[in-house]
Design a protein around this ligand. Structure first.
Ligand code: GDP
Length: 472
């Protein structure tokens, strides 16, 4: 209705045009930007988004090559429960004292930066696990540069190990393997490497491309070598940032502290953050009153890849929200308010939802190249068969990717991965858990359930050919 009156055309015509695009709408329905563009074009209009433009203008400064300097890698540790994620993070945190820094890392603020003996730095996200990693990614934060995947040498590659590997791969983040607990008599690192090789993750010492290090997180054996390998990986990534600009980055944690008000840990990804800066994060903003590092020391500024605990926000932003430093408080307030309004109007969030019905339409306008799918099923054989058939549906224009496949019900973690990767979940002879169903509704992730393989393949194929009748 709004769009029709903006263009001064009858609302039926707008609805009709939407239908011809395969979008079934009611008169009061909000349209996504892409649909608005196409519809407007049909009526000879060009679109300009005023409020969105304000929001996007924040990130538009480009850094020139000579402003860029290298920055430390940001690392997340993932792996199966009890394989040693926390122990490794704890060991590194404590060992860092040896590197001659004043005072150990006493605070848990969600991230910490360590200085190695040779002066190089690594930043660790202190919330281990792929769930946190992907939840942040689902909110738009691309925080992690490198993943350490930890596998206990006295155990096997477990379902959560595979999940972690798939979550890292879906994000395009390079992996370094840490084979842990080698101090244990029952440890058999070679067996783990063999299992990884069977999954096509061949480690370097066996001629593959994946770096791997045998360690004991408990005794500290091999941890320095592991850090070396992480830094080698970082070198290949050639990570750079421009410290001489207003800071941007991500929210790692936030909470309400009785004495101090709202506190948030931020990770600076570009620029330098300073006390006194006006910061905008999600729907919250404020002027930074004070900053602390992970050693609970007051700091005046934080540069690229450095975490900082900040005071002064007017609320608690969500982990994974990106933040920007703004020139004026009025500007920050205006955008924060606009975002809040948009969020209210749209229910949960402004994220675009991909459904099977969208694929044909997006293909029709020629901007669709990848279809990401997560396959869950009741038996391994059918999952393999279904995944293979789906991948084979790939055409020159559409690449079908199976991001993750596993036996079992559709879990919350599957939904988070789908939300972060614009994927669709296909369940074969399995159902989503209650929690997964709720999460999917909230995140707008499409789950399709089948009991016949052929039918699943046909529907995806039809969608790819743009023939699937939209569901209302
Ligand atoms: P997480 O669930 O992956 O965070 O695993 P934890 O770090 O909590 O470790 C699980 C258990 O394994 C704890 O009891 C640790 O003490 C133990 N553990 C972790 N690393 C090692 C190691 O290198 N050697 C031995 N012997 N035990 C370890």
């Amino acid at each position: 209705n709004d769009l029709a009156s903006l263009m001064d055309v009858p609302v039926n015509k707008v609805i009709g045009t939407c239908m011809s695009l395969g979008v079934m709408v009611s008169i009061n329905q909000r349209l996504d930007a892409e649909t608005i563009n196409i519809v407007a074009e049909e009526f000879g209009f060009e679109t300009e988004y005023v409020s969105a433009e304000v929001v996007e203008a924040i990130n538009q400064e480009e850094d020139s090559e000579d402003q860029l300097v290298s920055r430390p890698p940001i690392v997340t540790v993932m792996g199966h429960v009890d394989h040693g994620k926390t122990s490794l993070l704890d060991y590194i945190r404590k060992a860092n004292v040896i590197a001659g820094e004043a005072g150990g890392i006493t605070q848990h603020i969600g991230a910490y930066n360590v200085k190695l003996a040779d002066g190089r730095h690594i930043t660790f996200l202190d919330t281990p696990g792929h769930e946190a990693f992907t939840a942040m990614r689902a909110r738009g934060a691309k925080v992690t540069d490198i993943c350490i995947i930890i596998v206990a040498a006295d155990d096997n590659v477990m379902p959560q190990t595979i999940e972690a590997i798939n979550h890292a791969s879906a994000a395009g983040v390079p992996i370094v393997f840490a084979i842990n607990k080698i101090d244990k008599p029952a440890a058999n690192p070679d067996k783990v490497k063999e299992e990884l090789a069977n999954m096509n993750y061949l480690v370097e010492e066996w001629g593959g491309k994946y770096q791997s290090q045998d360690i004991s997180a408990k005794k500290g054996i091999g941890v320095e070598e592991l850090m070396e390998k992480v830094l080698l990986e970082a070198e290949m990534l050639d990570l750079k940032a421009n410290p001489d600009r207003r800071a941007t980055g991500s929210i790692i944690e936030s909470s309400l502290d009785k004495g101090r008000g709202y506190v948030a840990t931020v990770l600076v990804q570009n620029g330098t953050l300073r006390v006194g800066d006006v910061i905008l994060a999600g729907t919250h903003f404020g002027r930074i009153k004070a900053m602390f590092n992970e050693r609970n020391q007051r700091i005046k500024e934080a540069g690229p890849s450095e975490p900082a605990l900040i005071l002064g926000l007017n609320g608690a932003p969500t982990a994974g929200d990106t933040f920007n430093v703004m020139e004026a408080e009025s500007e920050a307030r205006e955008i924060a308010n606009k975002r809040e309004q948009l969020q209210r109007e749209q229910g949960a969030r402004t994220k675009k939802i991909l459904t099977l019905e969208d694929i044909g339409r997006r293909r029709a306008i020629g901007n669709f190249q990848e279809l990401n799918i997560i396959v869950k099923g009741d038996v391994d054989g059918s999952i393999e068969a279904l995944s293979d058939s789906l991948i084979k549906l790939s055409t020159e224009e559409i690449q079908v990717n199976v991001l993750h496949k596993a036996v079992g019900e559709i879990s919350e973690s599957d939904v988070t991965l789908a939300a972060a990767s614009d994927a669709i979940i296909i369940g074969f002879q399995v159902r989503p858990s209650q929690a997964a169903r709720r999460e999917a509704e909230r995140e707008g992730v499409q789950i399709r359930l089948y009991s016949v393989i052929y039918q699943a393949i046909e529907e995806v194929k039809d969608a790819m050919e743009g023939m699937l009748a939209p569901e209302i």
